[in-house]
Design a protein around this ligand. Structure first.
Ligand code: NAP
Length: 307
């Protein structure tokens, strides 16, 4: 089966939904394809305090849902499917999904975002859902009055550690350096929170347990010393990896797998555009992704209409 549209948007996070809003308002024939929850990674954020217009902050779920509602109210059609390949020719692009469906479009905006990077240590996969999690909002409640660790030192690790202090009895941030990467305001909140302690200069070498997680095997990267940290849960926030595996050979990617595009979100392949976390040099913020989505939709409209 093959459907034809003017524009296909790959991914339904802030970038893709904003592109959809702009495309619908420009009366373009547009389809958005998303394999997961429409709203993107932001729906996992407990509280978003840096998206303009919400002085008290807004939950990521509410923000993502509002973006989806706005796009659908304008007529955006959303299909739930996983994209496995895009083929580009002079005349059109063919977007293929894992269920065997193909869609044709003259222009495609690739805004498929990123996924949580894995630690790649023993026990990480085995204990997934049995103490290992990548989403404190989703799984934090299972660890009421228990001991948890958060791995990473960026904004995501600190934000989610702060959230977990409302549930867990102790939250240990395990970071591979002696200085956090996350923003200063979040650092101040973490340092002053009595429920948070830190394992500095420490990397996780393994996650161990029986039917559920019981401890982390840590290594001090400076001294080489090894230790065990007793925990009931471990939340892994060691950054994001762009969802571009299926694009290798089609579009230019940097060393980290981000799509290389210009400031108009144009990829060097005619008719293809990128937006959001998936592109090189993205600020990796929801507001920046939304801005990219608007730019990409305007560029796609000009491409399609020849002006
Ligand atoms: P990030 O900023 O890339 O931070 C990843 C953290 O994980 C870093 O501290 C890094 O250590 C550590 N790390 C990476 N690989 C590791 C490994 N193999 N083992 C142990 N530690 C490892 O990623 P993020 O925190 O997910 O944030 C992603 C983007 O979203 C950022 O731009 C961030 O600003 C944004 N974000 C913003 C907010 C907010 O504004 N409230 C909330 C969440 C995310 P090093 O520091 O040593 O590199």
């Amino acid at each position: 089966m093959s459907q034809t549209h003017e524009l296909i948007i790959v991914g339904g996070g802030p970038a893709g939904l904003t592109a959809g809003i702009y495309a619908c308002r420009a009366r373009m024939d547009v389809l958005l394809i998303e394999k997961g929850l429409v709203g993107g990674q932001i729906v996992n954020a407990v509280l978003v305090e840096n998206y303009p217009g919400f002085p008290e902050g807004i939950s990521g779920m509410d923000l993502g849902t509002a973006m989806r509602d706005q796009a659908e109210k304008l007529g955006l059609e959303v299909v739930d499917a996983e994209i496995v390949g895009i083929e580009n020719s002079k005349f059109h692009n063919i977007v293929r999904t894992s269920d065997g469906t193909s869609y044709q479009a003259k222009a495609v905006i690739i805004s498929g975002g990123s996924e949580h990077r894995k630690l790649g240590v023993s026990g990480e996969w085995e204990f997934l859902g049995k103490g290992v999690s990548y989403c404190a909002t989703c799984d934090g409640a299972f660890f009421s009055d228990q001991k948890v660790a958060v791995i990473g030192g960026g904004d995501a690790a600190i934000t989610e550690a702060l959230f977990l202090t409302q549930l867990a009895s102790r939250v240990t941030i395990v970071h591979r350096r002696d200085e956090l990467r996350g923003s200063k305001i979040l650092q101040e909140m973490a340092f002053s929170n009595p429920k948070i302690d830190f394992a500095w200069n420490s990397v996780v070498e393994g996650i161990a347990g029986d039917t559920v997680v019981r401890e982390l095997k840590l290594k001090d990267v400076k001294s080489g010393g090894e230790s065990n940290l007793e925990v009931d849960g471990v939340f892994i926030y060691v950054g994001l990896r762009p969802n571009t595996d299926y694009l290798k050979g089609l579009v230019p990617l940097d060393d980290m797998g981000h799509i290389i595009c210009n400031e108009l979100m144009e990829i060097e392949v005619p008719g293809l555009f990128a937006a959001g976390d998936i592109r090189r040099n993205s600020a990796r913020q929801a507001i920046a992704a939304a801005g990219d989505g608007a730019t990409a939709a305007i560029s796609a409209r000009k491409y399609l209409r020849g002006a």
